[in-house]
Design a binder for this molecule. Sequence first.
Ligand SMILES: Cc1cc2nc3c(=O)[nH]c(=O)nc-3n(C[C@H](O)[C@H](O)[C@H](O)COP(=O)(O)OP(=O)(O)OC[C@H]3O[C@@H](n4cnc5c(N)ncnc54)[C@H](O)[C@@H]3O)c2cc1C
Length: 309
Amino acid sequence: MIYDFAIVGAGISGLDIGWKLDTSNASVLILEKSKSCGGRMATRRLNESKFDHGAQFIKRTKISDALIEFWTSRNILKRFPVPDFDSYFGLGGMTRLTKEISQNLNLKYNSKVITLKNTPHGWRLTLDSGDSILSKNIILSCPLPQSLELLKNSDIPFDPKLQDIHYAKSIVSLISLQQPLKEHLTFVENFDSDIYSICSQKGKGLSIDHNYTIVMTEKWSEDHFGLSDDEIKQKSIVLFKTKFGSTDISDFQIKKWRYCQPTSMWSELFYQPHPDIYLIGDAFGGPSLNGALLSSDGLAKKLISNTHV
Ligand SMILES: Cc1cc2nc3c(=O)[nH]c(=O)nc-3n(C[C@H](O)[C@H](O)[C@H](O)COP(=O)(O)OP(=O)(O)OC[C@H]3O[C@@H](n4cnc5c(N)ncnc54)[C@H](O)[C@@H]3O)c2cc1C
C-alpha cells in the first residue's frame, strides 16, 4: 500500500494533522518511535500515582478551542487548578488527551524512522526494525533537530538557517514527599534561578500523595545534563533542602528532556525541504502546545485546500 501521508511523530502536532487529514479522507499512517503517543505531553506512573512530566496544561486559545471542546465532550478534561488561568489538563494525565485523539487513527508504535528515500513508487521510509513504508508525502513532526537529522541521513538538502534554532534542555524531578513541599502550592512558574516551575500532582488530582513535578531552569538543566540520574538526584536533594527545609522524600525519579522547548522560532508555520516533505512542530508555531497546534493547523489548511488530498 502507498499512503497519501506518512507522519513521523505522534506528539500533539503529528496527531492533530493526522486527525485533520484522516477526516478529509486521505490515507494516513503515523509512525512513532516510542511505545505510546503524546511526545512531550507525557504522563508517568510511579506506584499508585501519576505524574505529568512534560506539559502540565494547555491554554484555551482560538487554535486549541476545537480540541478542548472534543476532550470536554469525552469528559476527560479538567480546568487547571490555578485561578485566572484559562488552561486545562487531562483527567488521568496529559497523555490520556493524546490517546483520545489517536483512537481512530492508523498508528504504528516502536517505529523509529531512520531514512527517507525517493523511489519511482513514492517515498520509502525505513524503520529501525528494517521494515519500510511507502508514502506519497511525508510530514516530520519531531523536535526540529531530530527532523533535520533525518533529512541529513537521507541526503535531503534544507535551509542551513534551520540549524540556528536550538532547544533548551530540561531536567525534571518527580518527587513524592511525606509532607507538602510548601503549604497551598498548586503551581508556580519562574520560581527562582534554579527552579523553573513546581506543579503539585495532588493539586491536579493525579495522586493522593504529596507528589510534585519540578522543572529546573534552562541554565541548571544545561549545567547538570551530563550527570547520571543518581548524581542529579543527590544534587537536587541538597538544593531542595536549602530552599524548602527538610524534605522527607519517599520516591524520586528524574526525566531528562534533551529537547524541551525551542528558544527561537522559524518565520513560517511549516517548512518544505522538498515538494512532498513538510516539517512542523513547536519550532514553527511557538514553544508550547498551542504553538505546535498552530503549526500543524497551518499545514493542514494548506494541504486540505489543495488538490493534494
Ligand atoms: C518539561 C516540559 C514542560 C512543558 N510544559 C508545557 C505546558 O505546561 N504547556 C504547554 O503548552 N507546553 C509545554 N511544554 C511544551 C510542549 O510540551 C511542546 O511544545 C509540545 O508538546 C510539542 O509538540 P510536538 O508535537 O511539536 O512535538 P513532540 O511532543 O516532541 O512530538 C514529537 C514526537 O516525535 C517522535 N519522534 C521523534 N523522532 C522520531 C523518529 N525518527 N521516528 C518516529 N518518531 C519520532 C517523538 O517520540 C515524539 O513522540 C513543555 C515541554 C516540556 C518538555
